[in-house]
Design a protein around this ligand. Structure first.
Ligand code: GLU
Length: 554
C-alpha cells in the first residue's frame, strides 16, 4: 500500500499549521552590505565554558565585525542530559568578561534580535514546521525502535563488521509501516523519533571548507534522527534549520563536526537552502614531555580533566586580562599576527585584518609560557589608567579586600603603576591581575611584608649603621642623580665596593658591593631584593612611609 505522506504528517504533527514559506517570511534574508558576514557561536550550556568556545567566538566576531555583519549567540540546549542550572548565565558572563560583543542573541537581560528565539528549546515549533514538511514530502518517517532493538542492531552490525546506524534493511521495518500501524502505535503511547530517509548510494560529496579547502567524503546514506522522542531536534537538524533561518553566512565550529557534514549537506539540499561557508577549526592541543621518554615532546589534545587552562573560568580566576587572551588567541589563529603586532605596537587588535585563509589546519597549540609572555607585553603596553581600571574590576569580583585597598589609595596606586613605564625598556612586572595583587602589595602598609632575608646582604650591625647613615643624609627632594651620589658615598664609607666588579675581583678587600647596599634598601622598602627603581618607589610611597620603613632597621 502506498503511504499517504500528507496524512502521516497530519497524524504526527496535528498542531503544526505554519508552512515553510511562513518561516521564510518571518525570517527574511538580512539587509546587509555586500560581503557582510553573519556568524555565531552555538555553545551548549553544560556549565563548562571551553577555551574552544572563545577561540571560535574570536573568529566569528572578527569576521562579522570586520565586514559590517552580525555576530550572534545561540544557545544549543537540545541535549537535556547535559543541562546544568545557571549554565547559560555562566556562559554569558564568561563571554562578557572576555569582551565578546554580540549584536544579537541570548542575553541575561532578555534575548535581543529579530531572528530569535535564540535558545533551541524555545524553537521547537519552528523545527516542527520543517519536520512536518519533510514527512509530507516522503523524506522523513517515525521510527519506533526501542533501546533494546537498537542495541541488538548495533551488536549485529559489529559482528558483521558493518557501518553502525539505521539504514537499508535495518530501517526497512519502520519505513514500511502503514498509516494504520503508525496510528495504533501512537495511540498505544509508543515512543518514536523522526528519522530522515537516507538513500543507499555510493556517491561522494565535496564540501569546500574555508580553512581546509575541499573535503571529499561519502554522501549520506543513513536514516539519521531529526527529532528525538521528546520532539526536540538533534544537533544536525537544529544546525541546518537555525543557520538557514538566522541567515548565517559562515559556520565556524570545531573539527569534530566534519564527520557529520554528509548529514548537513543532505539536509541543506533537500530543504532547498544555500549552504553556509563552513570553517572547521583546529582542536586545541598542548605539547608536553612524553611520559615514557621525557627527552621527547608529545602533542596531545587538551583535556578537561588534566588541563585547567581548557576552562575559561581558569583565565577569569587567575585574572588573565581579556586583552591578553585576545592577543593570545589571535596569535594562535593567524600566523601573521605577531609580525603585525610588532609593527603596530600601539594599535588595538581590532585593527588587525583577520583572515580565515591564514589559519592553521593542524592543531592549535595552547602554550601557557607563550601566554605569560604575551601577558607581560600586553600589560606593559597599557597605560597606567587602563591597568588600574581592569585590575580593579577583576578585584571587585575576585578579591574584594584588595579592591577596597586600591580604591582607598587611588593616587598612590596610579603612581605605582607608572613606575618603570616611561623608560626605553618599560618594566614588565604584571602578568595577571591576581599576581598584580601580590606584586603591588608593598605599596600598602596593609599588605606589606618583608619576604627576603636582610641578613644575606650584610650582618646586623652593618645593616643598622647603613640605615642610620642613609636616613641622616636622606633628602626626599633629591633627584635621582643626587640621591644616587649619596648612596655611593655611604657605600664607600662602609667599606663596600661602589663597582660590583671590583668586589668580584677582590672580595677580601670589601664587606660587599653596592648591590648589597641597594638590596638592603629594596628589602626595607619593598620587602624584596628584586624590585623596581628605589628612587621611583620612594616617591610613590612618600617621605613618611619611606622613613617609617627604614627606621625599622635602625
Ligand atoms: N553546540 C555545538 C557545540 O557546542 C556547536 C557547534 C556549532 O557551532 O555548530 O559543539
Amino acid at each position: 500500500m502506498i503511504m499517504d505522506h500528507k496524512a502521516l504528517s497530519q497524524l504526527l504533527f496535528p498542531d503544526v499549521k505554519a508552512l515553510p514559506e511562513d518561516m521564510e517570511k518571518q525570517f527574511p534574508p538580512r539587509q546587509l552590505p555586500e560581503g557582510a558576514c553573519v556568524t555565531r557561536i552555538g555553545p551548549s550550556p553544560t556549565g563548562f565554558v571551553h577555551l574552544g568556545n572563545l577561540y571560535n567566538a574570536v573568529i566569528g566576531e572578527r569576521l562579522a565585525h570586520q565586514s559590517g555583519g552580525v555576530f550572534y549567540l545561540r544557545i544549543e540546549d537540545t541535549d537535556d542530559k547535559r543541562k546544568v542550572e545557571g549554565a547559560v548565565e555562566t556562559l554569558i558572563n564568561a563571554m562578557a568578561y572576555f569582551g565578546v560583543r554580540f549584536d544579537e542573541g541570548a542575553a541575561e537581560e532578555g534575548d535581543k534580535g529579530a531572528y530569535g528565539p535564540y535558545r533551541q528549546r524555545q524553537r521547537k515549533d519552528i523545527y516542527h514546521v520543517f519536520a512536518k514538511d519533510l514527512v509530507e514530502r516522503g523524506l522523513a518517517y517515525p521510527c519506533f525502535l526501542t533501546a533494546e532493538e537498537l542495541e541488538a542492531i548495533r551488536e549485529e552490525q559489529m559482528a558483521n563488521k558493518e557501518d553502525p546506524g539505521i539504514y537499508g534493511r535495518y530501517a526497512e521495518p519502520n519505513r514500511s509501516l502503514t498509516l494504520e500501524e503508525v496510528r495504533k502505535k501512537l495511540d498505544a503511547g509508543e515512543s518514536w523519533v523522526l528519522r530522515y530517509k537516507g538513500e543507499m548510494n555510493d556517491e561522494r560529496i565535496t564540501v569546500s571548507d574555508a580553512v581546509r579547502g575541499n573535503i571529499e567524503m561519502p554522501r549520506n546514506f543513513m536514516d539519521f534522527v531529526l527529532l528525538k522522542s521528546d520532539g526536540i531536534p538533534t544537533y544536525h537538524f537544529a544546525h541546518v534549520v537555525d543557520d538557514h533561518l538566522m541567515r548565517s553566512t559562515h559556520v565556524i565550529r570545531g573539527e569534530e563536526w566534519i564527520s557529520s557534514l554528509p548529514m548537513h549537506v543532505e539536509l541543506f539540499k533537500v530543504l532547498g537552502w544555500e549552504q553556509p561557508v563552513y570553517c572547521h577549526t583546529a582542536t586545541l592541543m598542548k605539547v608536553e614531555p612524553d611520559e615514557e621518554d621525557p627527552s621527547k615532546l608529545k602533542k596531545r589534545k587538551l583535556s578537561k580533566r588534566k588541563d585547567p587552562e581548557l576552562a575559561l573560568s581558569y583565565y577569569q580566576q587567575e585574572g588573565i586580562s581579556k586583552d591578553v587572551v585576545w592577543e593570545f588567541l589571535l596569535t594562535l589563529l593567524n600566523s601573521n599576527y605577531e609580525e603585525w603586532r610588532t609593527a603596530n605596537p600601539d594599535k588595538p587588535y581590532t585593527d588587525f585584518p583577520y583572515s580565515i585563509s591564514k589559519m592553521s589546519v593542524s592543531g592549535a597549540l595552547v602554550d601557557l609560557d607563550k601566554l605569560r609572555d604575551i601577558a607581560k607585553d600586553t600589560i606593559a603596553r597599557m597605560d597606567a589608567e587602563t591597568v588600574y581600571k581592569n585590575w580593579l574590576s577583576w578585584c571587585e569580583e575576585y578579591d574584594k579586600g584588595y579592591a577596597d585597598l586600591i580604591k582607598k589609595y587611588p593616587e598612590r596606586t596610579m603612581a605605582a603603576l607608572n613606575v618603570g613605564k616611561n623608560g626605553k625598556k618599560p618594566r614588565k612586572d604584571i602578568e595577571t591581575w591576581k599576581q598584580a595583587c601580590e606584586f603591588m602589595s608593598f605599596y600598602y602598609d596593609e599588605t606589606f611584608k618583608v619576604q627576603d632575608d636582610m641578613n644575606e646582604q650584610a650582618e646586623e650591625a652593618v645593616q643598622k649603621e647603613f640605615f642610620r647613615k642613609y636616613l641622616e643624609s636622606y633628602d626626599h627632594a633629591d633627584d635621582s642623580a643626587a640621591w644616587f651620589d649619596k648612596v655611593k658615598a655611604i657605600t664607600e664609607e662602609l667599606g663596600f665596593a661602589v663597582k660590583p666588579k671590583d668586589f668580584k675581583k677582590e672580595p677580601e678587600k670589601y664587606k660587599g658591593s653596592i648591590v648589597h647596599i641597594t638590596n638592603m634598601l629594596r628589602i626595607a622598602l619593598t620587602g624584596r631584593a628584586n624590585a623596581p627603581d628605589i628612587h621611583e618607589v620612594s616617591h610613590v610611597l612618600g617621605e613618611d612611609m619611606v622613613r617609617a620603613r627604614l627606621s625599622e632597621w635602625v
